[in-house]
Design a protein around this ligand. Structure first.
Ligand SMILES: [Fe+2]
Ligand SMILES: [Fe+2]
Length: 426
C-alpha cells in the first residue's frame, strides 16, 4: 500500500523574496540613499543658483530620513548582526558616487533629477510590486514615503530646472543595472572615471542676482556696531537670517568631509542641521521679500563659510558650533520683542529658529566630542572658540575700504527703503 504525503498549496505569489534577499536589496538602497546625501551636501556650497541652492539641503535631509529608515530595516532583518558593509555592492556604489563628478552644478542636478532619481524610483516601485506587503510590511511604508518624496522633488526641481541628464549621467544610470538583482553590477563604465574627481568649494558660491557683498551688515564686520533696535533690528534680523546660508553650507561641508569616518547617526543629525539652517535662511529671504525688497537689494555675503577655507574639517564643525552656542541667548528675547512691536512673523520665525538652535547645540557638542575622541584629541568642544573666533576675525580684518563702503551703502539703502515703507503704513 502506498501512502501519499499530504500538503497544502501556496495559493499566492507573495512569497517571492526571502529575508536574505530583501536585506540584500534594501542594503543596496540604503547605501545609494547615503550617497545621495553626500553628493548633494558636496554640491551645496558650489551652487550659486539660488532656488537650486535652497533645494539641496531640503532634499538631502529627505534622502537622509529614508536612508535612516532603510538602515534600521536592514538591521532588523539581519538581527543580531550590527554591521552594514558595502561588500559586493562596491562597484555599484562607486558608480553612484561618480554622479558627483559633474562638470558644473547644473549638470549635477540634471543628472540627479533626470537619471539617478528615476533609476531609484523605478527600483522602489518594482520592489513594492514583488514584495510581500504582509510579511515585509515595515518596508512598504519606507518605500512609499521614498517614492512620494521623489515625486515631490521632481515637481520642485522642474520649477527651477529644465533640460535632460547628460549622456554620461544616463550611461551611469544604465550601467547600475537591475537594482533588484541578486548580484550587483560589477563593471564600471569608462565614463565613470573620465572626469576629474569632485572637489567641494571652500568659498561659498553666490547668485549674482543678489547684492553681492563680503559683509552683509555693519555688525557682521564690526560687532561693536551693535544690533540696533526698532526698524533697524527688524531689517537686520531679516538680513542675518538670509545670510545663514553660510551655516547650511558649513553643515553640508561637515557632512561631506566627516561622514565617511563617523558613525551612521552623524549623517542623519548633520543632514537635519543643514536643512534647518537653510530654513532659517529662507525665513530671512521670505520676510525681506514680503516687506518689498527685491533680490538685488538683499545683501548676500559668504565670509563665515569662507572663514573655514583654511581650517581642517573638525575646526569647521567647531566654527558652526561656536556661533550656534554663542548667539543663541538673543533669540527668545528677540522673539518676544518682535511680537510686542506687532511683527508677529519675525517673532514666529525667531521662536522656531530658537527651537532648532537648541537641537544644534546638542548636535555640536555630541559630534565634536565624538570626533575628538576618535582622534585621541584631548580638547573639549568649548576649546574651539579661540580658533573659530580667529578664523572669522581674519576674514573681518581682511576687509578692504571698498568692503567697508559697500556694507555702509547697503545698510543706508535698506534702512531708507524700510523707513519709507513703514511710514506708508501709518
Ligand atoms: Fe540658524
Ligand atoms: Fe543652527
Amino acid at each position: 500500500m502506498t501512502t501519499t504525503t499530504l500538503r497544502l498549496p501556496a495559493k499566492t505569489t507573495r512569497a517571492q523574496l526571502m529575508v536574505g534577499e530583501s536585506a540584500t536589496i534594501l542594503k543596496r538602497f540604503y547605501l545609494i540613499q547615503r550617497e545621495l546625501v553626500l553628493m548633494q551636501a558636496g554640491w551645496m556650497p558650489n551652487t550659486a543658483h539660488w532656488e537650486r541652492k535652497l533645494l539641496l539641503p531640503e532634499f538631502l535631509w529627505q534622502d537622509a530620513l529614508v536612508a535612516r529608515e532603510l538602515r534600521q530595516r536592514v538591521l532588523e532583518l539581519r538581527y543580531p548582526e550590527r554591521n552594514i558593509d558595502v561588500g559586493q555592492d562596491d562597484v555599484l556604489i562607486r558608480m553612484v558616487r561618480a554622479f558627483r563628478d559633474a562638470p558644473d552644478e547644473l549638470d549635477f542636478v540634471r543628472g540627479l533629477r533626470y537619471a539617478l532619481k528615476p533609476k531609484l524610483h523605478e527600483a522602489y516601485q518594482r520592489y513594492l510590486q514583488i514584495m510581500d506587503p504582509l510579511d515585509d510590511a515595515p518596508t512598504t511604508r519606507i518605500l512609499r514615503q521614498a517614492l512620494s518624496d521623489i515625486d515631490e522633488q521632481y515637481t520642485r526641481w522642474d520649477a527651477v530646472l529644465d533640460g535632460a541628464a547628460s549622456e554620461r549621467a544616463q550611461t551611469l544610470a544604465q550601467a547600475m543595472g537591475d537594482l533588484l538583482a541578486t548580484t550587483a553590477a560589477q563593471s564600471m563604465p569608462d565614463c565613470a572615471t573620465q572626469h576629474p574627481p569632485f572637489q567641494i568649494a571652500r568659498y561659498g558660491a553666490r547668485d549674482p542676482r543678489f547684492k553681492q557683498v563680503r559683509f552683509y551688515w555693519p555688525d557682521a564686520l564690526d560687532r561693536s556696531f551693535g544690533a540696533g533696535s526698532g526698524l533697524q533690528l527688524q531689517v537686520r534680523q531679516g538680513v542675518h537670517h538670509l545670510n545663514e546660508v553660510w551655516a547650511a553650507e558649513m553643515a553640508a561641508a561637515c557632512i561631506f568631509d566627516l561622514a565617511e569616518e563617523a558613525d551612521a547617526e552623524f549623517l542623519f543629525d548633520a543632514a537635519r542641521w543643514c536643512f534647518d539652517e537653510i530654513r532659517h535662511c529662507r525665513m530671512g529671504y521670505t520676510r525681506l521679500g514680503e516687506w518689498g525688497f527685491e533680490m538685488g537689494e538683499m545683501p548676500l555675503g559668504s565670509f563665515q563659510y569662507d572663514a573655514g577655507a583654511r581650517c581642517d574639517a573638525l575646526t569647521r564643525l567647531g566654527i558652526i558650533f561656536f556661533f550656534e552656542s554663542t548667539y543663541i541667548h538673543t533669540k527668545p528675547e528677540r522673539a518676544k520683542i518682535f511680537g510686542e512691536w506687532g511683527d508677529r512673523v519675525s517673532s514666529h520665525d525667531m521662536d522656531f529658529d530658537w527651537a532648532d538652535e537648541q537641537i544644534h547645540t546638542h548636535y555640536g557638542t555630541r559630534w565634536l566630542k565624538y570626533f575628538l575622541e576618535l582622534r585621541n584629541d584631548t580638547r573639549r568642544p568649548v576649546d574651539f572658540r579661540i580658533q573659530a573666533e580667529a578664523a572669522v576675525k581674519a576674514e573681518q580684518m581682511s576687509a578692504t575700504e571698498e568692503d567697508k563702503w559697500d556694507v555702509q551703502f547697503v545698510f543706508s539703502e535698506m534702512m531708507a527703503r524700510a523707513t519709507a515703507w513703514a511710514a506708508d503704513q501709518l
